[in-house]
Design a protein around this ligand. Structure first.
Ligand SMILES: NC(=O)c1ccc[n+]([C@@H]2O[C@H](COP(=O)([O-])OP(=O)(O)OC[C@H]3O[C@@H](n4cnc5c(N)ncnc54)[C@H](OP(=O)(O)O)[C@@H]3O)[C@@H](O)[C@H]2O)c1
Length: 290
């Protein structure tokens, strides 16, 4: 059976180019998007461009736990292998929103979707080993000095978009490292990355000065989404990083993180808090060192 990759946020920007690159590299690719019509258009465009019929999609609002669970079940029902999971979906929100699950939206989309989807599909990754999990984080993880476990979802302190986003991207690295530890010996690697400053649709959902500043930055210094996808594709496919796990990359090279992203206690606490938020425990897989 062809090697299979699953990519979240595959309808635009870095995710779309990741799907394109994986399909060109010979993977069967399933991507997740939230808008069925957009998914159909993107799938059609990429099938033609990559000369591959093996591009399919699933639809979900990945800020909703029920949708994440449904998508995981639909992927399982297709009885595919899972060689590569790219957790790529992400957004910044300029005001505080709460999802129907009662969760702050940045936390739900940018972190919990990575946490829950990966854990719900972990047995498939292990069964397909050697397999890889690639978590798209950001240099913005440096916007915060640590995860504020006392007020994770900005319920008491005033909401600040950059802080909420930065904290979620810090969580991506902490999650990626904890997953790597839990999977040691299972043949599944877990790495995170900063894609660069990319001229994608990122922050187009924001308004006012925030959107203006983001647009100006993207126009002035943004790299193309195709270049932005290079490190994700490198981590997903390159033999150079076979077996490399628990690391953070920029421009296809291992890179230093903030001290907060290397905090082993925070990494374990985040796992526990995430289990509580999604209402399900995910112990380390049996037979695998934790
Ligand atoms: N752009 C940058 O400079 C930059 C820098 C560092 C890190 N990153 C990270 O890179 C990743 C990709 O960002 P990007 O720049 O490619 O952004 P983008 O162009 O805005 O693409 C985001 C993708 O996520 C999808 N999405 C957004 N909300 C969703 C939801 N609730 N449910 C399901 N799908 C949803 C979007 O779907 P639609 O097509 O329907 O909108 C789109 O496919 C993110 O994790 C981001 O944090 C980006």
């Amino acid at each position: 059976m062809k090697q299979t990759a699953l990519v979240t946020g595959g309808t635009a920007g870095i995710g779309k180019e990741t799907v394109r690159g994986l399909a060109r590299a010979g993977f069967a690719v399933v991507f997740v998007g939230r808008d069925r019509r957009k998914c159909e258009q993107v799938a059609e465009e990429l099938r033609e461009d990559a000369k591959s019929a093996d591009i399919a999609f699933l639809t979900a609002d990945l800020s909703r736990l029920g949708d994440i669970r449904r998508v995981a079940a639909e992927f399982r029902a297709a009885q595919l292998r899972l060689d590569v999971l790219v957790n790529n979906v992400g957004a910044i929100f300029d005001s505080r929103h709460v999802t129907p699950d009662g969760l702050e939206q940045t936390f739900a989309l940018n972190h919990l979707s990575y946490f829950l989807l990966t854990n719900l599909l972990l047995d498939l990754l292990i069964a397909s080993a050697p397999a890889r999990v690639v978590n798209v984080s950001s240099a913005a993880h440096r916007f915060v000095s640590g995860v504020d476990f006392d007020d994770l979802q900005f319920e008491r302190k005033p909401y600040a978009a950059m802080k909420a986003y930065g904290q979620s991207k810090l969580m991506n690295i902490l999650f990626s490292r904890e997953l790597a530890e839990r999977l040691r010996g299972a043949g599944v690697t877990s790495n995170s990355l900063h894609p660069g400053g990319v001229a994608s649709n990122f922050a187009d959902n924001t308004t006012g000065w925030f959107r203006l500043t983001a647009s100006a930055l993207k126009w002035a210094v943004g790299i193309s989404p195709a270049r932005g996808a290079e490190t994700s594709l490198y981590l997903a496919t390159s033999p150079e990083v076979a077996g490399v796990t628990g690391k953070y990359f920029e421009r296809r090279r291992e890179a230093p993180t903030s001290a907060a992203a290397a905090d082993a206690a925070a990494q374990k606490r985040l796992w526990q808090v995430s289990e509580e938020a999604v209402g399900q425990a995910f112990p380390a897989p049996s037979g695998v060192a934790s």
